[in-house]
Design a protein. Structure first.
Length: 305
């Protein structure tokens, strides 16, 4: 099984293009929305995303650390302003009850921990137990810290159009007819899911979308299987359900086409446009993983049957 390290991936959402229905709740132009697991917050637009080495921030940035990072030691400057989306740290029994404060954000239960100063920055962490995610905000500037924390909200669809809960149509179909992903897309929206929640999202332009659709159109009909013995049978189902990418191709004069890809597990691996499926192939798998900002593990498409 291949694992794509976070350090090699881009994450988060691109600069928002809010719909009319969300104009009132949008941040000023100098800010942008970032999200994971349906938790969204605003950060300065000038921040570059994932400025880190081995999980250590190297500049003011947003990091997605819940999928793990390369194992190495790296230093970094002090006094940075950083947002970290991470997993929930396992603490001794009763620790969260004693050290955190309960709160509710848009109906989502959370706990808030004020950790004090860390490397010259004030740190506050929000933990969302039911979503399996934590949000840590650090800044030497209290006003910026408060503003970022005040922007935290829950969403069902993020700013670039990815639903926070996946509802893909994944079918083998009886036969192949016509192009799998029609040509002429003006963009592709990549939505990467981990389990039940949206993990990362990314938008790519016309040329990259054309390369991906061409690779998908060249793939063979059917589903793939992982090499025998590469994954324990006891976790075949769970790995399949926890790894999903949805690529939505958008066109100027036709409805969008959504492609759901399962690339981890033992069987039924490949991509489906809702009508039929294609087998895993290195060209489209590696391209989709990169363009969708996917940070999970996946079966090596060069080894599938």
């Amino acid at each position: 099984m291949l694992t794509l390290a976070l350090a090699a991936c881009a994450g988060g959402s691109a600069a928002p293009s809010p719909s009319p229905a969300r104009v009132q709740s949008s941040v000023p132009p100098a800010w942008r929305w970032v999200d994971t697991h349906g938790i969204e917050l605003a950060v300065p637009a000038r921040w570059r995303l994932n400025r880190q080495r081995c999980g250590t921030p190297q500049a003011n940035t947003v990091l997605w650390l819940e999928d793990g990072v390369l194992q190495c030691l790296a230093g970094g400057p002090s006094g940075l302003s950083v947002v970290e989306f991470g997993s929930i740290t396992q603490r001794p029994h009763g620790w969260y009850r004693r050290h955190t404060t309960r709160l509710t954000i848009d109906g989502a239960r959370a706990r808030r921990w004020s950790a004090g100063r860390v490397k010259g920055s004030h740190e506050v962490q929000l933990v969302f137990p039911r979503r399996g995610i934590s949000v840590t905000v650090l800044s030497p500037h209290r006003s910026l810290l408060r503003r970022i924390l005040a922007s935290v909200r829950t969403v069902r669809v993020n700013e670039i159009g990815c639903p926070t809960r996946p509802t893909p149509a994944y079918r083998l179909g009886s036969r192949r007819s016509g192009p799998f992903a029609p040509k002429g897309a003006v963009r592709m929206i990549g939505c990467s899911y981990h389990g039940r929640w949206l993990d990362r999202s990314k938008r790519i332009g016309r040329r990259a979308a054309a390369r991906l659709s061409h690779a998908l159109n060249e793939a063979r009909y059917g589903f793939s299987r992982a090499p025998r013995g590469s994954i324990l049978p006891s976790i075949c189902g769970s790995t399949w359900r926890e790894s999903l990418i949805v690529a939505r191709f958008e066109y100027p004069a036709r409805p969008p086409v959504s492609v759901a890809a399962h690339i981890e597990g033992c069987f039924r691996l490949g991509a489906s446009n809702g009508r039929w499926a294609v087998r895993m192939a290195p060209r489209w798998v590696f391209h989709l993983v990169r363009e969708a900002g996917f940070a999970g593990g996946f079966v090596d498409p060069r080894t599938v049957r």
